[in-house]
Design a protein around this ligand. Structure first.
Ligand SMILES: [Zn+2]
Length: 260
């Protein structure tokens, strides 16, 4: 018999190491999917000199430390984004499995948060939410809803419809009012995916929180600099908050505001 505490610790460590690898792949996806490039070919190479990266230099986080942030061949500096994304993804996976144990919910939550992280990265850098994250995530979310715990399959389907429908409506009304596209198609597909993971209540809370975060944080910056709002970042943050605390927030609202 293994001590349950040690077992829980081991599960988190293994999930964390797995998460580091997922993070390494997420780096590749967030840089190549927006440019319609394959994530398999060519293999990892230095963007400056094009030399392939050796497997031991490509080990998540440690490779960066080993190389002290520079390409082994040409000494060009490697973006700090690589180890940071790997580390963050590793922590998300370790955290999810530490919180939910070795369960379907841990897998569902870790994948959902990884997809949201990827969306935030691509939206920030390219103003693009790749279909691989949104449509691919939607299919994944609907499939994972059949696992025990979390939202039911019916709620996941309703969530996807509500998420897609709400933002589609905002897009149509926005276009009618401002005579230009107010909402990107990527955001609309993304919210179908979010609905599949959070259910219809969760997706509505996400849209509300996302709009709030977006207008409070980016609204003033956007107004001053006339820069486009990468709304997907705020929707991704709002979806992550809803995944973690949404049930409590909805309960609080029901009892204190609606007196139900
Ligand atoms: Zn190089």
């Amino acid at each position: 018999m293994i001590d349950p505490l040690i077992e829980a610790w081991m599960i988190s460590v293994i999930a964390g190491v797995f998460g580091l690898t997922i993070g390494s792949f997420l780096n590749v996806c967030t840089l190549r999917w927006p440019e319609d490039e394959s994530v398999v070919f060519p293999g990892s190479h230095c963007p400056k000199c094009g030399k392939p990266i050796r497997w031991y230099d490509n080990v998540p986080v440690f490779g960066y430390i080993l190389l002290r942030g520079r390409c082994r061949e040409c000494r060009a500096s490697i973006s700090l984004q690589y180890p940071l994304v790997e580390l963050a993804t590793g922590l998300v996976w370790a955290g999810m499995f530490s919180y939910a144990g070795f369960s379907g919910e841990a897998i569902r939550g870790a994948l959902f948060l990884t997809i949201l992280f990827g969306i935030a990265l691509t939206d920030a850098r390219f103003y693009i939410i790749p279909d691989q994250f949104s449509v691919g995530g939607l299919v994944l979310g609907l499939g994972l809803a059949f696992l025990p715990g979390g939202v039911s399959a019916l709620d996941a389907l309703l969530g996807a419809i509500v998420g897609f429908g709400s933002l589609e409506m905002v897009a149509v009304i926005g276009k009618w009012m401002f005579k230009k596209d107010a909402m990107g198609g990527g955001d609309i597909k993304m919210m179908a995916m979010v609905g599949a993971f959070l259910g219809w209540r969760g997706v509505l809370l996400t849209i509300f929180l996302g709009a709030l975060l977006g207008s409070v944080i980016f609204g003033p910056i956007s107004y001053k600099t006339k820069k486009l709002v990468p709304f997907g970042i705020f929707l991704a943050a709002a979806a992550a908050i809803t995944y973690g605390f949404g049930a409590e927030m909805i309960d609080w609202y029901m009892t204190n505001v609606l007196n139900m």
